[in-house]
Structure formats: C-alpha cells, structure tokens
Write a protein that binds this ligand. Structure first.
Ligand code: FES
Length: 142
C-alpha cells in the first residue's frame, strides 16, 4: 500500500486557509459523484491578482490536504498563473499522492478553475476557463 507523504499528513492534520470569504469575488463548488466528496473554494481577486483563497471541504484526508495546498499555491498569483495550476502541480507540491487518491487532487484543480470561472461570470466577462465535466477518464478514479 502506498503511503502518504509527510506534507500530505501535515496539510491534513493542520490545513491552511480553512473557512469562507463572505464577499468572495469567485466561488467554485465541485463534487466527485463516485466518492461523494465536495469541495468549495473562495477567491478574493484584486486587479487580476488572487489576494486571498479559502476553502471548505467535506471529503477525505487527501481532499483536505489538496485543498489546503492549492489555496496556498494560488495566493499572490495572477489569474493567468493560477489557471496553469493543475492537479499535478498540487501533487508535486505535496511530494506525491497514492494513485487511488489522484482524483482528490483533480477536485482541487476543478474547484480552483470553477472559482475563477465564477469570477468572470460575476463580472459579466467572457470566461477563459474550460471546465471539465467528466471524471470518468481521470486516472485513479474509483
Ligand atoms: Fe473523494 Fe478523496 S476526494 S476520496
């Protein structure tokens, strides 16, 4: 059985950026229909830069660790930079994830992209975000 890295354990036991942003500029909520886990990500964006990111996740330990890591990663980034953050970026930052937990990191990527998409919609601007709607071909999906 694959083990969790120390970083995954740290972010699971002591997650960063837990909570809500009441006046968020973008909110993304995504779920995985197979495991039933749900992740909600809030972004505060000022002049194209993500100033604050928070999350609420009802999910497994890896979902919490990846939410915590993705919110850490995007803080201070521009929207363009944040859109390049993928589930692989998150996995690498966590020093890896067991294969059966890869779909948890996909949830983190989707929550981020969906929050950015929401930001554009709220502003009435065309969104550059391409949202994925299927988990079926994701590696590691159960
Ligand atoms: Fe579903 Fe981790 S997000 S088991």
């Amino acid at each position: 059985m694959e083990e969790y890295s120390q970083k995954v354990m740290d972010h699971f036991m002591n997650p960063h950026n837990v909570g809500e942003i009441p006046d968020a500029d973008g909110v993304g909520t995504v779920g995985n229909p197979t495991c039933g886990d749900i992740m909600r990500l809030y972004l505060k964006i000022n002049e194209g830069v993500i100033e604050e990111a928070k999350f609420k996740t009802f999910g497994c330990g890896a979902a919490i660790a990846t939410s915590s890591m993705v919110t850490d990663i995007v803080k201070g980034k521009t929207i363009e930079e944040a859109l390049k953050v993928s589930n692989k970026t998150v996995i690498e930052a966590l020093d890896g994830l067991p294969k059966v937990k890869v779909h948890c990191s996909v949830l983190a990527e989707e929550a981020l992209h969906s929050a950015i998409d929401d930001y554009y919609k709220k502003k009435g601007l065309p969104s550059p975000v391409v949202l994925k709607h299927s988990h079926e071909d994701e590696e590691g999906a159960e």
